[in-house]
Design a protein around this ligand. Structure first.
Ligand code: NAP
Ligand code: GLV
Length: 327
């Protein structure tokens, strides 16, 4: 009997294709440009499963078009592109890819932090420009990272991976989260809980690791940037909309903070011109982009789909209540 019909909005990676193709009939979107919305809505009509990226909006209109859909597997840990209550209401299972990208994402947040503090973007541009005149005493002097205070906003998987890195740099670690973590974990990670205002006032680097939720939308406002030290740097690998981008531009313009390093933006792929400044390092949403990790992420999405159609509970199901009707 032919297996369930699946649409994958990218060709994924070979390992993930092998998992999906074990039992499913898979249609891949193979064009170089991303799948246009109308094409997605047309192609999903006869599909029971979808493997999608965070750039695809899984909302009411999509779900109306996808009347046969039973599972959507997001190739990302963040799932702000998915209307989870709408999926649940229609009995559509939704999965994400937590855990496998923590270290890779923390590596990249660390890279951004180092790059902005040590002015790597400016240095790289100078080295390539043909205008470099040689070593000079006050050339591109930046700020030390080691020994400074790192403030982590969001102390989940990736926030904690950042804390582990901080040990090697002999940094003091402050954190804020919805809840304080148990004391033994604070000790292990050498991290101290602070309320938001204190964390902002005491940190030399503020790195954001919260999911985008109604409560975290525009968490970083003009008032919050004003609380940071004028010598401090702001790092964001979480989601652009966690920040009021105009407020960030204003904070940079008025030197309320020393600089920023960003992987994510409010309206990707648009980047506010006010962020294109020498003291801002800009990356195109690539924090999890190592071949190893992206391969694992696609394999997890594929496995979630395969397990679902095998009648097993997908490991990363975000709305397990829908399984009651399918288990
Ligand atoms: P996680 O393990 O769920 O950690 C997020 C933490 O933030 C949780 O402890 C959560 O608490 C906490 N939190 C929620 N609302 C908060 C608030 N208002 N104030 C303070 N803390 C709050 O998630 P993760 O795996 O570390 O990933 C974090 C986010 O990073 C993802 O959602 C995604 O958007 C982003 N990300 C981006 C990239 C990239 O490529 N740039 C890669 C990976 C992840 P509760 O659990 O109690 O809600
Ligand atoms: C990437 O941004 C993710 O959420 O996995």
């Amino acid at each position: 009997m032919p297996g369930p019909k699946i649409l994958a909005t990218r060709p994924l990676f070979e390992d993930a294709r092998s998992i999906l193709q074990e039992k499913c009939q898979v249609e891949y979107w193979r064009e170089p440009e991303r799948i246009p919305r109308e094409e997605l809505l047309a192609r999903v009509q006869d599909k029971q499963g979808l493997v999608c990226l965070l750039t695809e909006r899984i909302d009411e209109a999509f779900l109306r078009a996808a009347s046969q859909l039973r599972i959507v597997a997001n190739v990302a840990v963040g799932f702000d592109n998915i209307d989870l209550p709408a999926c649940t209401k229609r009995g559509v299972a939704a999965t994400n890819t937590p855990g496998v990208l923590d270290e890779t994402t923390a590596d990249f947040a660390w890279t951004l932090m180092m790059a902005v503090a040590r002015r790597l973007g400016e240095g790289e541009a100078l080295a390539r420009s043909g205008k470099w005149t040689g070593w000079d005493l006050d050339q591109l002097v930046g700020a030390d990272v080691w020994g400074k205070t790192l403030g982590l906003v969001g102390f989940g998987r990736i926030g904690r991976a950042m804390a582990r890195r901080a040990g090697g740099f002999r940094m003091k670690v402050l954190y804020i989260d919805v809840r304080r973590v148990p004391e033994d974990l604070e000790k292990e990670l050498n991290a101290e809980y602070r309320d938001m205002d204190t964390l902002l006032a005491q940190s030399d680097f503020v790195s954001v690791h919260v999911p985008l939720l109604a409560e975290t939308q525009r968490l970083f406002t003009t008032a919050r940037f004003a609380r940071m030290k004028p010598t401090a740097f702001f790092i964001n690998t979480a989601r652009g909309s966690v920040v009021d981008e105009a407020a960030l531009v204003h904070a940079l313009e008025t030197k309320k903070i020393a600089g920023a390093a960003l992987d994510v933006y409010e309206k990707e792929p648009f980047i506010n011109a006010g962020l294109k400044r020498p003291n801002v390092v800009l990356a195109p949403h690539i924090a999890s982009a190592s071949l190893e990790t992206r391969t694992k992420m696609t394999c997890i999405a594929a496995t979630n789909i395969r397990d679902f159609f095998d009648g097993k509970r997908p490991a990363n199901i975000m709305n397990p209540e829908v399984l009651k009707t399918t288990e």
